[in-house]
Design a binder for this molecule. Structure first.
Ligand code: SAM
Length: 266
């Protein structure tokens, strides 16, 4: 098992993991998981012990001398299929680390499409992810071991490692203390079913385009209202579906009406 804790990958035995959020990744390519984890927010969260990641390579659970992990599909056809047994053993090893209390998620383009809202409502202290390769995994493993199937979008990738990392990063950045400022996550796109407002930084004038005066005013009430208005306006333009299920307050409705009025001719 590979386990990240102190800024380097360790190969250790039966460690009991007590971090706030722990992810087990069943993968043929643990180095891919390790390398993606070296950057940005995720690396910081790992260093701070706010989350941790273990990788379990199903190849370590093969019994034949070639460590065979895949075989041809019954019925014929192109590609190979990951065999159930080594995967089941790897999953079991991961489960045993957590007293069998963790949900097992198979990453699959056929799964439920995950969203920010799903991650916000997540009531788990960890998850076990299975990364498929080739044509996927034996269906009988899905029937016996998998609790849920998650997709990161309507396209097909070569493996589940990048989806696992996308999901791990999306969940991790919502954990308290991970972002420099905890307000950041709550103001991001999809929080409160709104898109984020436009952002500007120095210089005040770029290519003949000036930063909106209100952002230079120092008046925080007006800045907050301007930002909320932009968020509401952008959401209604780009993602009206998000507003359909969201009840607007009187103030929000007024700001949205103003936004539409101001942007009528654009
Ligand atoms: N034959 C499978 C199908 O059509 O459903 C696709 C297999 S895909 C080439 C190999 C692996 O990549 C899958 O088993 C899955 O783990 C992962 N994968 C590919 N696309 C994905 C997506 N959109 N979301 C999550 N996992 C994905």
């Amino acid at each position: 098992m590979w386990y990240w804790r102190t800024g380097e990958w360790l190969s250790i035995g039966n460690l009991i993991i007590d971090d706030a959020m722990h992810f087990d990744v069943i993968t043929l390519f643990p180095a891919l998981i390790r390398d993606v984890s070296k950057y940005g927010i995720l690396s910081r969260a790992l260093d701070m012990g706010i989350c941790s990641i273990s990788c379990w390579n199903p190849r370590d659970y093969c019994t034949d001398r070639y460590r065979t992990i895949d075989d041809r599909p019954y019925g014929g056809g192109p590609g190979m299929v990951m065999m159930a047994e080594p995967l089941a053993k790897a999953i079991n090893a991961a489960r045993m680390q957590h007293e069998n209390k963790r949900k097992v998620i198979y990453l699959s383009p056929q799964g439920e499409k995950v969203t920010h809202a799903k991650f916000q409502d997540l009531d788990e202290t960890g998850l076990i992810f299975i990364c498929g390769r080739y044509e996927g995994i034996d269906e009988r493993l899905i029937r016996t071991e998998v609790d849920e199937q998650w997709s990161i979008g309507d396209y097909v990738l070569a493996g589940g490692e990048l989806p696992a990392m996308v999901i791990i990063e999306a969940i991790t950045r919502l954990q308290p203390g991970v972002l420099g400022n905890d307000l950041s996550a709550s103001q991001d796109t999809f929080s409160d079913d709104l898109l984020d407002c436009p952002q500007f930084t120095r210089p005040e004038q770029y290519d003949g385009d000036r930063v909106p005066d209100v952002l230079l005013s120092g008046n925080h009430r007006e800045i907050d209202q301007w930002r909320l208005k932009q968020s509401l306006g952008r959401t209604s333009e780009k993602r009206p579906d998000l507003l359909e299920s969201r009840k607007l307050t009187q103030l929000e409705q007024r700001l949205l009406d103003e936004y539409k009025q101001e942007n009528r001719d654009h």
